[in-house]
Write a protein that binds this ligand. Structure first.
Ligand code: AMP
Length: 494
């Protein structure tokens, strides 16, 4: 089947051919005719399936009748609204819209928070047919009356489950109330919970269901593996794994901004080019880091869930869960960054005893028992294999990372900071999030702000500071102590 068979107008067929696509993916085959026919859609599709083109192409097809080259803003009313949970995803969708609309005089823009509103206002004043937005910033524009949504004919809610996670549902409902009732609506979600179904009931009229993979299932092109390891040895194991795969890029997921920055520094100090993206970084920093990673200038990108949302890199071979996510659905999202568009991918998770319950939840969700492989020299705590664990005490050589480091780390064990010293999970930039736990102070007794990315400082930290900010790692060993790098086998020595 070709894109022409799906009934797309020639301008879109040309754009698709320019993008190098020869045939539609399964979600595109299903979604395009249904959307062209004007139906509402509830789409169960994971990332990497071609979902974005699946809704963008028929959306452009339907809006093509409004395409015109007039300079009058009145001739360019906002006809389509695409909502995405994060700036990264919004930008990615915007790029797709630009790619596929290149032969049509339709205008698109991307509006998201964290940046000056004025350029967005100028852009909206010109008249824009397709607005791709994050919910919070869209509402800011609504409040300032810098956007008019009364002519919207098509609404797309992308990654609805993520919207829910981020507390955006009240914002979404407010936006729905501002749109004409006679619109066409499409809702996409990689996973479906009862709350998502409730939202779909409110938002969609007689929706057609489209599902390309079983709900909450992960792509079959991904190989999953768990390395049981003690929490204190995780980063050494990560460095070990990466050193033994010198040519591959990896996206490494962590749970907090604090760990994010520190881990990237740690890898850098071990001569593995790495950088981090998380919510404390400016939009410009995040964009530059992503570009460097996409261009292959960075080997490792360490990211929090939110910052990594929407990362679309062709043929990314490895996703590594340095810490398991707290919700099993996030595992599906994370590993959806690899094994895309039919390529083979690897999902590697470093799991310590404290995370066994999270692993059980993930396995239950994806209906898969993930093979476990202990890497010699990086064993987990003995209780990892105690009752309740489905772990296999395997000591088989690790398939891909089959070489031991020349000198295994025996000393210099690092500990995770005590729970109360860890940074809170990333503030997802969401509005209306009801905090489940009272916010903890992120300022240590010595004034160290744990909510900020780690920057090495040549000072001895006060008692109670996180051990992984130890002076040894910062390159200034305490007197009489050997630097951890030395204990690790001379790594980082000049
Ligand atoms: P998505 O699921 O929308 O994030 O898309 C995943 C990747 O698949 C993106 O890199 C797209 O450029 C690519 N893609 C989308 N449609 C096709 C197609 N028909 N043929 C080949 N690649 C595609």
């Amino acid at each position: 089947m070709s894109f022409a068979d799906l009934g797309l107008i020639p301008e879109l067929q040309r754009a698709v051919a320019d993008a190098g696509y020869t045939e539609p993916t399964p979600i595109q085959r299903q979604a395009i005719p249904i959307v062209i026919a004007g139906n509402d859609v509830m789409g169960g599709a994971q990332t990497g399936t071609g979902k974005t083109a699946g809704f963008t192409l028929p959306l452009l097809h339907r809006l093509a009748r409004h395409a015109n080259t007039s300079t009058s803003p009145a001739r360019h009313q906002t006809r389509a609204l695409i909502l995405a949970p994060t700036r990264e995803l919004a930008m990615q969708v915007y790029e797709s819209v630009k790619t596929y609309s290149k032969h049509l005089p339709l205008r698109a823009t991307c509006i998201y928070g964290g940046v000056d509103m004025n350029p967005q206002i100028q852009e909206l004043r010109r008249g824009i047919e397709i607005v791709i937005a994050t919910p919070g910033r869209l509402l800011d524009h609504v409040q300032q009356k810098t956007i008019n949504l009364t002519q919207v004919e098509m609404l797309v809610l992308d990654e609805a489950d993520r919207m829910l996670d981020m507390g955006f549902i009240p914002d979404i409902k407010r936006i729905l109330a501002l749109l004409p009732a006679s619109r066409q609506s499409l809702l996409f979600s990689a996973t479906f919970s009862d709350e998502i179904k409730k939202l779909a009931d409110q938002m969609l009229k007689n929706p057609q269901l489209i599902e390309v993979a079983r709900r909450n299932m992960v792509s079959e092109t991904i190989t999953h593996r768990v390395h049981p390891v003690s929490s204190g040895m995780k980063r050494n194991l990560l460095a070990h794994l990466l050193r033994h795969q010198p040519d591959t890029q990896a996206l490494v997921f962590v749970d907090t901004k604090l760990v994010c920055g520190r881990l990237a520094h740690f890898l850098e100090r071990h001569s593995i080019s790495a950088d981090s993206i998380h919510g404390d970084k400016s939009q410009q920093q995040r964009t530059e880091t992503l570009e460097a990673f996409k261009a292959g200038k960075l080997r490792v990108l360490v990211a929090t869930d939110v910052a990594a949302r929407g990362i679309d890199i062709d043929e990314l071979p490895y996703v590594i869960n340095y810490e398991l996510p707290h919700t099993a659905e996030d595992y599906v999202h994370r590993i959806g960054r690899t094994g895309r568009a039919g390529h083979q991918g690897n999902a590697v998770s470093l799991v310590c005893t404290e995370e066994k319950h999270l692993l059980a939840d993930i396995q239950k969700l994806i209906k898969l028992e993930i093979p476990q492989e202990v890497v010699p020299g990086f064993e987990p705590d003995p209780d990892f294999f105690e009752a309740g664990s489905r772990a296999h005490r395997g000591r088989r050589p690790v398939e891909d990372f089959d070489e031991r480091p020349r000198r295994e780390p025996r000393g210099g064990r690092e500990e995770r900071p005590p729970r109360e010293e860890r940074a809170p999970r990333e503030d997802r930039g969401a509005r209306n999030v009801v905090a489940k736990r009272p916010p903890r102070s992120t300022i240590a007794p010595d004034g160290f702000d744990f909510s900020k990315p780690y920057v090495a400082k040549p000072v001895v930290l006060a008692e109670g500071a996180a051990p992984d900010a130890s002076p040894a790692e910062a390159g200034t060993p305490r007197r009489g102590q050997r630097p951890i790098a030395f204990l690790l086998g001379g790594l980082g020595r000049k």
